[in-house]
Design a protein around this ligand. Structure first.
Ligand code: SF4
Length: 394
């Protein structure tokens, strides 16, 4: 199945479930415990994806001011502000894409602060709006290493979440279902990891702007057969591209590591800019963030607790610096571009001197200013000048 149809089916299925009194809907953060929700039979919706859609369609520029006027600062996560603004306006890009009038109403909302605290404020807004129960996994943050005590903290919160969900669903968790879901999640994420590793090939068959789109199913459909099938198919397709020497960037000359969020509303513009400069972005923190290599069906809750703590955004600077350095070498990248995303300091790693520390290790880098959604923070001209000048130096 191709990506377009897969996403369409996912949203139409969600929409139908939202209208069916026998189906239950859970809202979940992108690195939240979707496997537990799916094992209970919830259809799972991800507001961050809705934020990315608002960003990519640039309709966020109409909805962010609505949230600002309502009392949400322009300085906080623009996924949050564009999404809440869209809700307040009664708007969704799902209408134009799939004929869907509104995201499905939640029976429960589950967030995990492993990525940031904004998700707590975001999900609590909707819990008030829909008078729905909300459960927060409060993860130990910014960890130098994952200790057993950290895993135990999250594990116990998963147990409390399960008890709450058993009350909402009026049934016990089926452990076999959870194991099956965790296995599917692990398999899809392993295949996704393989797809990304193919970008080590010179010339690379795909680039960052392809993978930001191709990552949809690993975020929204992990724990399902469909995600596994999609990445299995994609993996073979990319291997065939390599065999036929298909290059994502004609005459690839330079290779870059991208750190931070994409600029959703300027993906096409940026893709063209790098293409024009014969430069391929071959690796990124962002697309690598949904690789759950330690998910283990034999011990689903403990392994999930570990993996969801282990995500890049939840680690300390020393870990991140080494991760970026090693990945740059692994993918034979020539340098790093840091996106200083105005409203997402959590996924911005240039603000505490990391670029200079990497430069001292011989890794050239550039910091560009922008934002994931709010295009008032991004300049086409300044970014083009800075990127082209940087690429010249490599
Ligand atoms: S990580 Fe950044 S973009 Fe994602 S929800 Fe948190 S603040 Fe928003």
């Amino acid at each position: 199945m191709n990506l377009k149809d897969l996403m369409k089916d996912y949203f139409l299925d969600l929409d139908a479930a939202g209208k069916d009194p026998h189906q239950k809907i859970a809202w979940c953060t992108s690195a939240g415990p979707a496997e537990i929700l799916r094992a209970f039979g919830f259809k799972v919706y991800f507001p961050e994806n809705h934020g990315a859609m608002l960003g990519a369609t640039r309709t966020c520029m109409d909805t962010i001011p609505t949230a600002n006027a309502y009392g949400y600062s322009p300085d906080i996560c623009s996924y949050l502000t564009c999404d809440i603004g869209a809700h307040l306006k009664g708007f969704t890009p799902l209408t134009r894409a799939y004929g869907i009038q509104a995201p499905p109403k939640p029976d429960v909302l589950v967030y995990n602060t492993n990525q940031c605290k904004e998700v707590m404020h975001w999900f609590e807004f909707y819990a008030r709006e829909f008078k729905a129960p909300v459960f927060g996994i409060h993860s130990p943050n910014l960890l130098p290493e994952i200790a057993d005590s950290h895993i135990d903290t999250v594990y116990r919160q998963f147990k409390a979440l399960i008890a709450m969900l058993e009350g909402i669903c009026n049934k016990k968790l089926d452990l076999d279902n959870l194991k099956k879901t965790v296995k599917l999640s692990w398999e899809a994420s392993g295949l996704w990891s393989e797809v990304l590793s193919h970008l080590k090939h010179k010339p690379s068959p795909l680039n960052f702007f392809d993978t930001t789109v191709l990552m949809g199913p690993i975020v929204m459909l992990r724990g399902t057969e469909q995600a596994k099938e999609f990445y299995s198919f994609l993996n073979l397709a990319v291997q065939e591209m390599i065999a036929s020497e298909t290059s994502s960037i004609p005459n690839e000359k330079k290779r870059i590591y991208w750190d931070g969020m994409p600029v959703w509303g300027r993906l096409k513009f940026m893709a063209e800019l790098f293409k024009k400069n014969h430069t391929c972005i071959v690796a990124s923190t962002y697309c690598n963030s949904w690789i759950y290599k330690d998910h283990d069906a034999a011990d689903p809750l403990l392994s999930m607790a570990k993996n969801y703590l282990d995500i890049f955004i939840n680690r300390n600077d020393a870990f991140k610096e080494k991760y970026i350095f090693d990945t740059v070498k692994d993918f034979a990248a020539d340098g790093v571009i840091f996106h200083d995303s105005k409203t997402c300091p959590h996924n911005t790693n240039s603000q505490f001197n990391m670029p200079n520390r990497l430069r001292e290790k011989g890794l050239p880098s550039l910091v560009i200013n922008g934002d994931l959604c709010d295009l008032r923070c991004f300049s086409d001209e300044q970014s083009t000048t800075a990127i082209e000048a940087f690429l010249e130096t490599l």
